[in-house]
Design a binder for this molecule. Structure first.
Ligand code: PMP
Length: 400
């Protein structure tokens, strides 16, 4: 027995539902359509090896660094932001240890226990988890086949008393996790205008935007906010090299106004002092060597093929038993069963048949739709995807 109790949010904390699937992964022959891991075949090992050798050669990357991030990397990330249609200079962003850290920093500087944060639902589970640990009051906003239902959110906001209005709205507008949806340009503009009307900030989480299977995609919410509101842009932008270069680098970033960045830097000082300077130098060398665009292009081509294999397999093998929106980018397909299934039975049958997915309940802060599941087409190859869908169809036959 410890002499003092744990802090209230850690008395009985729920761990990550996705990480709890890890033990099943060691089952021989299992095909995982579960994790949101990039394909190992797409890692540019040669380019990263060269970048790492250069990063280590001077020795400077072995020292502590500035909390804001290394100037060369901030420069390279600002360039990436500009290529995404944002007006951005290096001082408009800070480097974080994964974009996950950036979200946590924002909660630290903006959220008191009991404050309301609105989250598109279904939502990225680690965002829900971070909000729970921050003791935020989570307001679930509905999505449809095109992402956040901005009209429905506007209707909800109009009815809420001032004190219950959200301070932040969290969304993954471009190839969302878990739904794979793409928010249309008109809704982006409407959401920004809603933020200005009701005085909330939008947290735009964008790890997947470049993994696009189409040529024209709408501008980021951040860019829309800049166009509409200039310096009063209500959008805070998070992104990451995890899905386009390698998650092991743990390089993410936050683009936001100076008064937000300054406070996040203070919060980050007590977390990790700075993001690994070695990882930052490797990332800066890699981006500086100009290998990034070709790597993203390879990923887009490969993931598009894998997505198509998954969509074709689902149509052919599960047909009318499920409904889904074919994604135009990213890593995920979100399925809704159109026939009654028992979620627990379906998951057990799937594991028995040798296929793993993430049960949809993990993506809801409350009142989960138990007939939903998330599949990822990023890590398995086309053959594994086809076999995985065969197995999933067998599991559905057993459970429905
Ligand atoms: N946001 C979303 C929507 C994600 O899917 C992920 C990774 N699964 C992250 C953030 C975290 O990314 P990072 O590796 O940069 O922390």
């Amino acid at each position: 027995m410890l002499p003092i109790p744990f802090a209230s949010s850690f008395v009985n904390p729920a761990g990550s539902a996705i990480r709890e699937l890890f033990p099943y992964l060691s089952q021989p022959g299992i095909i995982s359509l579960a994790g949101g891991y990039p394909s190992p075949s797409l890692f540019d090992a040669e380019g990263l090896q060269e970048a790492a050798a250069r990063a280590l050669s001077g020795g400077g990357a072995l020292q502590y660094g500035a909390t804001e991030g290394m100037p060369a990397l901030r420069e390279a990330l600002a360039l990436l932001c500009r290529s995404r249609g944002m007006v951005c200079s290096p001082s408009d962003l800070i480097v974080t240890t994964g974009s996950q850290q950036a979200f946590d920093l924002l909660l630290r500087i903006f959220i008191e226990p009991g404050d309301t944060v609105c989250v598109e639902t279904p939502a990225y589970p680690a965002a829900i988890q971070a909000l729970r640990l921050a003791n935020a009051k989570i307001m679930a906003a509905p999505v449809d086949g095109q992402g956040l239902d901005v009209d429905a959110l506007a209707a909800r906001l109009a009815l809420l008393p001032m004190a219950q209005r959200p301070r932040l709205v969290y969304t993954v507008p471009t190839f969302s996790n878990p739904c794979g949806t793409l928010l249309p340009a008109a809704r982006r503009e409407a959401l920004v205008r809603l933020a200005l009307q009701y005085h909330f900030l939008i947290v735009e989480d964008d790890p997947y935007g470049e993994l696009s299977f189409i040529d024209d995609r709408p501008p980021s919410l951040y860019a829309v906010g800049q166009r509409i509101a200039g310096d009063g842009n209500p959008v805070l932008y998070l992104s990451s090299l995890s899905k386009t270069v390698a998650p092991a680098l743990r390089i993410g970033w936050l683009t936001a106004p100076p008064d937000v960045l300054r406070r996040c830097v203070v919060a980050k000082q007590t977390m990790d002092l700075c993001t690994s300077p070695l990882a930052q130098q490797i990332a800066a060398e890699y981006l500086g060597a100009g290998r990034y665009p070709a790597g993203v292009e390879r990923a887009r081509t490969e993931y598009k093929q894998r997505m198509q294999a998954m969509a074709d397999g689902l149509h052919a093998r599960l047909g009318k038993k499920i409904a889904f929106v074919q994604p135009q980018g990213g890593m995920f397909v979100w399925l809704r069963s159109t026939v009654p299934v028992n979620a627990k039975q379906l998951f057990e049958a799937a594991v028995q048949c040798g296929v793993l997915y993430v049960p949809g309940a993990a993506f809801y802060p409350e009142a989960p739709d138990l007939g939903t599941l998330r599949l990822s087409f990023a890590a398995p190859d086309v053959g594994q995807i086809q076999e995985g869908i065969e197995r999933l169809a067998r599991a559905f036959a057993q459970a429905s």
